[in-house]
Design a protein around this ligand. Structure first.
Ligand code: F6R
Length: 256
């Protein structure tokens, strides 16, 4: 089962996950990180930014990207990764890939899978979760075995993400995303969620049945998952008290 850590606020979550990344990079200076975009991982990037870690040998793969935005659009995930990850952390942009960055959409999925395999896979994959339960942009109904491919965003996701655009009409309908099968091959999954709006998706992902109808539930198939949530996002977890007890008595040597 996933380790579920309930934290008081986003800053605490950011520091906790930054600790795990710092430990990974210390142990493996050429670690491969899986980076997520959206609002959720920002506290992690902020916490990492303050640590001055040597990241010159680290590589990173983004989870997903919109399809159809003009080149250089500030809300493209390539631009977000540059703004929130590579620039502040001093990570060489040439060592970071975003799906579809080769321009050839027809072969972009296979190309991305090959690039991840050539890097010997992802060591630590950061994940957020959509209010409809998506991880990456694997919307409800996505195959649990899916690989990197083009998907159509749900109306719910487009509405949720409209806050980043001038209007709902400007939110792309299509995206390219690592598949659930791709994500499950990362060696450590770290799923973060904050706020009441994520409570139902988190309860389904952690404690519900494993089902393509709630793609986040695929994490239950993975042997090493850490879920870091604030009180509001944890509010529908039936076993919340148990998770608190487990964490309170966790042996120090264990790490995340
Ligand atoms: C982004 C991604 C998505 C987001 C999810 C939550 O790369 O893969 O799954 O994590 O849509 O978005 P926020 O964090 O903005 O609530």
């Amino acid at each position: 089962m996933a380790e579920v850590i309930i934290v008081p606020d986003q800053a605490t979550a950011g520091e906790l996950v930054a600790d795990a990344i710092q430990a990974l990079v210390r142990h493996r200076p050429d670690a491969v990180l899986g980076v997520a975009t959206g609002s959720t991982p920002l506290p992690v990037y902020r916490a990492l930014g303050g640590r001055g870690l040597p990241l010159d040998r680290v590589r990173a793969f983004a989870l997903d990207e919109y399809v159809g935005l003009p080149e250089g659009h500030p809300e493209s995930y390539a631009a977000v990764v540059r703004r929130e990850v590579t620039d502040p952390l001093g990570l060489d942009p040439a060592r970071v890939r975003v799906p579809g960055d080769t321009g050839a959409l027809r072969t972009a999925g296979e190309d991305y899978e090959a690039a991840i395999a050539a890097a010997d896979g992802v060591d630590l994959q950061l994940l957020g979760i959509g209010t409809d339960g998506h991880i990456g942009f694997n919307e409800p109904g996505s195959s649990l075995a899916s690989r990197t491919r083009i998907k159509t965003l749900t109306e719910q996701t487009r509405r949720d993400n409209a806050r980043f655009f001038s209007s709902l009409a400007d939110v792309p309908r299509h995206c390219i995303t690592q598949g659930l099968g791709t994500i499950l091959e990362a060696r450590h999954l770290v799923l973060l969620a904050f706020g009441e709006g994520k409570a139902e998706a988190i309860a389904g992902a952690v404690e519900g049945p494993v089902t393509a109808s709630l793609p986040g539930s695929a994490i239950q198939l993975h042997p090493h998952v850490t879920v870091v949530v604030d009180e509001a996002a944890a509010s529908r977890l039936a076993l919340a008290q148990y998770y608190r007890d487990v964490y309170a008595h966790k042996p120090e040597w264990q790490g995340l």
